[in-house]
Design a protein around this ligand. Structure first.
Ligand SMILES: Cc1ncc(COP(=O)(O)O)c(C=O)c1O
Length: 486
């Protein structure tokens, strides 16, 4: 199904099905139950079209009969209505029910109708049922000493599982001892910087533009940060060599925010630089699983494990709320890492074991396969819509990840446009927000992880309006930007 009809992640619908029925329900009953729950919860609202039965069957990998049975059941119950020649639609709203659904904490961001800021994966597609199953399984099966004092480097089972995963999917050189578990890339970077600082390193280079949180993480450890520009081939290693830094942080697979992929020549040049300077590369592999034009390129860490720290997390693949990530360190740095981070704690052990189970049972791979398909088609839709609606723009950085760059003519007031868009409920990010100073280049960073397919046309229409009549009412520099830059 190229375009889903609502915000709902249809492919995970059967994941939502309650497991209190112990799996005793037949597939069409489970689907009916999941749809009913979704409508009752207000996630599918009155008037929303459900996908054609053939498309949903394809998406769920079941027969069309299963879907038509489930739809038929819900039509009979009044949750859906069907008219010949038109889509089947939701015909029920929670307001009509005397028992309203549980009032949930509503986050402030609900004022945002459309989120084109980068940062989040598709939160609606979080694999709730399988994650819950993994948590339940490990809560039952963890041996009692797993519940004692946790290993600060992380539980050995997850370290082993992550090492295997990184070897097979990212071409990394990793084993149980070189992997430690941390709370994410940011946490991994702090730990790494502390270890390097303890070894007398004072200067670190970072891509510019870049994600400010990583710069803050590095400076919080006492390191001086040197920005190094990025061009169409990624980090400019020829500029890196002119800095006093012997360590560099690089998003080789998909630089944030420009979206460039480090070219093969630059990768080789970077490794040579690390050898020649007796230096280190810190590879931020934050969204590399999502590569669309070819298989994901292997990590640089696999080329030179003694000089590369590899950082990754599930923030872009599952959810940043899990706070689970990993750090692969050169063997010679393992002791330095431990002693420089004496009180660093790994994430909760049961969560670590749940992630290990989730990966071991093949659910992580299955989730990534489905997510990759969904993001690719959404990215294509966004690019097509931008080309049709904003012909003055040029889209770049599309090969991987969950965001693209929209280059705009030099006279565009991107800041004013971000403000104007915010007033209409559209969240945008100006490329300048990721720079240490304003630049002449005008561009927006557009994330498509957490917006539904059906919202893209409306979001781009609002973007076009914002670009043609930017609000200039706020003082300069107060744009409500979507993320924090370098
Ligand atoms: C450049 C970059 N690196 C890493 C991450 C992930 O960070 P963490 O794992 O700390 O959530 C992000 C998330 O948005 C990012 O933009």
């Amino acid at each position: 199904m190229a375009v889903s009809q609502t915000n709902l992640a249809w492919a995970t619908l059967l994941d939502i099905g309650p497991s209190e029925h112990g799996g005793a329900l037949r597939l069409h009953d489970r689907l009916a139950l999941a749809l009913r729950t979704t409508i009752r919860d207000g996630r599918l609202t009155e008037g929303a079209a459900v996908p054609p039965s053939r498309a949903l069957a394809e998406e769920l990998g079941c027969s069309r009969w299963v879907v038509t049975e489930a739809y038929g059941q819900l039509i009979a119950e009044g949750f859906l209505s069907a008219r010949v020649g038109s889509a089947t639609r939701v015909s029920w709203s929670p307001d009509a029910s005397p028992t309203r659904p549980r009032a949930r904490h509503v986050p402030a961001q609900t004022a945002i109708r459309y989120d084109l800021a980068p940062g989040l994966p598709d939160l609606r597609a979080f694999p709730r049922r399988r994650w819950a199953e993994a948590v339940r399984a490990v809560t039952g099966s963890a041996v009692h000493y797993d519940l004692g004092l946790p290993d600060p480097a992380g539980h050995a089972e997850l370290r082993t599982t992550v090492a295997q995963y990184l070897r097979r999917s990212r071409g990394a050189d990793a084993d149980t001892t070189s992997v430690s578990v941390c709370a994410g890339v940011t946490d991994g970077l702090v730990r790494t910087c502390r270890a390097l600082h303890a070894r007398g390193i004072t200067d670190l280079a970072m891509e510019h533009p870049g994600w400010r949180r990583l710069r803050d993480a590095a400076t919080s450890t006492g390191l001086r940060v040197h920005p190094v520009p990025v061009d169409d081939d990624g980090l400019r290693v020829e500029d890196l060599v002119r800095t006093p830094a012997r360590v560099v942080v690089v998003g080789a697979a998909h630089q944030f925010p420009t979206g460039t992929v480090l070219s093969p020549r630059r990768r080789a040049r970077l490794v040579r630089w690390a050898r020649e300077t007796d230096g280190f590369v810190i590879e931020d592999d934050y969204d590399a699983e999502f590569r669309y034009d070819r298989h994901p390129v292997a990590v640089i860490q696999g080329m030179e494990p003694s000089r590369v720290f590899l950082l990754g997390s599930v923030s872009k693949t599952l959810s940043p709320a899990l706070g689970l990530g990993w750090l692969v360190a050169p063997t010679a740095m393992a002791q330095a890492l431990r002693s420089a981070n004496p009180v660093a704690a790994a994430p909760p052990v049961l969560d670590q074991l749940a992630l290990a189970t989730f990966i071991e049972r093949g659910w992580y791979d299955a989730h990534l396969r489905a997510a990759r398909r969904r993001f690719r088609s959404r990215r294509d839709l966004l690019i097509r819509t931008l080309a049709a609606q904003i012909p003055q723009g040029r889209v770049a950085g599309t090969a991987a990840g969950l965001h693209v760059l929209l280059h705009l003519p030099d006279d565009t007031d991107t800041r004013g446009s971000v403000r104007a868009a915010a007033a209409t409920g559209l969240r945008l990010t100006d490329l300048d927000d990721y720079r240490m100073h304003r630049s002449a280049e005008r561009a927006l960073v557009l994330g498509y992880g957490n917006i539904s397919d059906t919202d893209i046309a409306s979001a781009v229409a609002l973007l076009r309006e914002a670009l043609s009549s930017p609000s200039t009412s706020g003082p300069p520099g107060t744009a409500q930007s979507g993320d924090d830059g370098l």
